[in-house]
Design a protein around this ligand. Sequence first.
Ligand code: AMP
Ligand code: ZN
Ligand code: ZN
Length: 379
Amino acid sequence: MHSLKTDPESEPQMPDKNESLREIRINPIVPSESVLVATARNMRPRKQEDPAPRDTRKHVEQCPFCKGNEDETPPTINAWPDDENWEIRIVENLYPILGEDQQSDGLTFGLQQAIEGYGRHEVVIDHGEHGIALQDMTPVHIQQMFITYQERMQILYDSDKRIHYVLAFKNFGPAAGASIAHTHSQIIAMPVIPENVYNEVQNSREYYNKHHRCVFCSLIDEALTYEATIYDRDSGQVQRKINVGQYVIERSEHFIAIKPFASRYEWEIHIMPLDHQADFLEASTDHLADFAGLLKRTMQRLDTVIGGAQYNYFIHAIPHGEDYEDSHSSYHWHLEICPRTSIPNGFELGSGLFVNTVSPEVAAEKLRAVKLDEASGTA
Ligand code: AMP
Ligand code: ZN
Ligand code: ZN
């Protein structure tokens, strides 16, 4: 990817063969999605650009999401702790991607097939403070954000049987495509299952049928295996020693944050429950308290290492509906965090192959090495 960040290591240098890694890594969940990990310095983009700076102000008079400007958005759907002293507020999106518009006629003709753009699009104003970053929010607040997603997702699933998937996601910072600086997330109820969720569900079901195990649970077990030795079957000689625990960034009582072996984004991190659970809506409030602490610490690490994280995150969970009832044992919900430090280029768009210029092992090591301030981790 074309790098957005200035990085002192990126001055032109001859590639060091020992340091360079050039391999196509297969996504263990969806094998058709692979990533080119290419860390050779000469693979690095020539021109470095700084990402657009983030707005860190606490209150902005003209911001439609700031306190006091509630009449600049559609009416409050729900607020926490209450409408007047809200710290989290949900509203309809003023410019919805999907809506309750009238049915359009003639959606299909020959090769031109379409599905009605029915759906719902809501904005969760995450916090009363305009430019606050997630790692600076309290764990109780972060927990409440995820409880809020759960409540709305449940209501949206129940609202209409044309809804096949409800996606909760967050764009943070201009580099992540956020058009409004005030911290916010979005919930979109869709008439289709997103292709990447569908592929994950199908592939993990195939894995389950073959191995009688959830592939995500297997990944967690591998990540928690701190050292493994692979022996040659015939000679009994040690073939390779691997330290797979190197992918663990954070661990709590009920959750784990992992740097995926086939990370598409340089600083991508996935968080998943340690115990098998297919549906995010089934995560208990206690577990979400634990999750919030882990997410906060993970974001602190990220922000420290990359110097101001701008990112997207989204929740992938089992879709609702009869067709997915038999996938509860094989699918495992998770949060994918995709920090945006570079812009996909023509090669990536043309090939569908993401290029990652930081070795996931090195990235994980750097993220783990951050010394967290204990006090701020639990504030
Ligand atoms: P982002 O997609 O990250 O740029 O999020 C901002 C979202 O807020 C966009 O989807 C906009 O459509 C939506 N939006 C912009 N202005 C308003 C407003 N005044 N009230 C409600 N939603 C808005
Ligand atoms: Zn604001
Ligand atoms: Zn599982």
